[in-house]
Design a protein around this ligand. Structure first.
Ligand code: ATP
Ligand code: MG
Length: 226
């Protein structure tokens, strides 16, 4: 009897500082889940974000436990969204390559991992640890952001990764030498940032509609961003 080949799970990874998680993050995850037919999106808060000693706005990054708890509250009722605390279990800074190298053997041949990233963050990829190896391990899903053109993304790819060719119809760069591709996805911009939310809370302004209600409650209860 011929057995139906089991379909590999497709898992999106969304890393970030998530200080706090907001509706923009949830919109990105939901959009990619739908658009690429993923089985799940794993949110991966960074324990010690390598690019940030503190936030760009000069403020300290909230404790990992707070950022994790807000994520858990945000996704509690969304079955396909999962929060991973993998980066808390290390004492070293959380570089994406390390996280991916830990996750790959865990999922084995059961799943493909797709690294979801905003175009703003992708344009700085050449500052990441061992970044040239990343697309040999995972595919990238690059989310368009206002003010970041596909040309700028293409330039970064051609300057840093060899053998990649662009396919117009799928808006995907792929290479015969590499498993991973770079997939560009356009979504309606959601103009929300954690920086803006922290600033609003500090000024006593409303954040309804910017974060899920459970996250707003958490921020209030724990007096974050004051
Ligand atoms: P901060 O303002 O502190 O930089 P942030 O809102 O950018 O925070 P991060 O935790 O830095 O949030 O973002 C994690 C990931 O989510 C990054 O890949 C980033 O590009 C993406 N992202 C954040 N906000 C949005 C948004 N509104 N729309 C699309 N992608 C987003
Ligand atoms: Mg950011």
């Amino acid at each position: 009897m011929v057995q139906a080949a089991e379909r590999k799970q497709q898992i999106g990874l969304l890393g970030g500082t998530f200080d706090p998680v907001h509706n923009g993050h949830l919109a990105v995850a939901g959009y990619v889940l739908q658009a690429l037919g993923l089985d799940a999106v794993w949110f991966i808060p960074a324990a010690l974000p390598p690019h940030k000693d503190g936030h760009a706005d000069g403020r300290d990054i909230s404790a990992f436990a707070h950022r994790l708890a807000m994520l858990q509250a945000a996704v509690a009722e969304i079955k396909s969204f999962v929060v991973s605390d993998i980066e808390a279990k290390r004492s070293t800074p959380s570089y994406s390559i390390d996280t991916i190298e830990i996750m790959l053997p865990q999922v084995g041949d059961q799943a493909d991992l797709l690294f979801i990233i905003g175009a703003d963050a992708f344009l700085e990829i050449d500052t990441w640890k061992r970044y040239r190896e990343l697309p040999t391990l995972v595919s990238f899903v690059i989310i368009s952001r206002p003010n970041y053109s596909p040309e700028a993304i293409g330039k970064i790819i051609s300057e840093n990764f060899t053998g990649y060719q662009y396919d117009h119809s799928s808006e995907t760069w792929s290479s015969p030498n590499s498993n991973g591709s770079f997939i560009l996805q356009h979504m309606e911009p959601v103009l929300i940032s954690s920086t803006d939310i922290r600033e609003r809370v500090r000024k006593g302004k409303d954040i309804n509609g910017l974060v899920p209600p459970a996250v707003a409650d958490y921020i209030r209860t724990h007096g974050l961003y004051k």
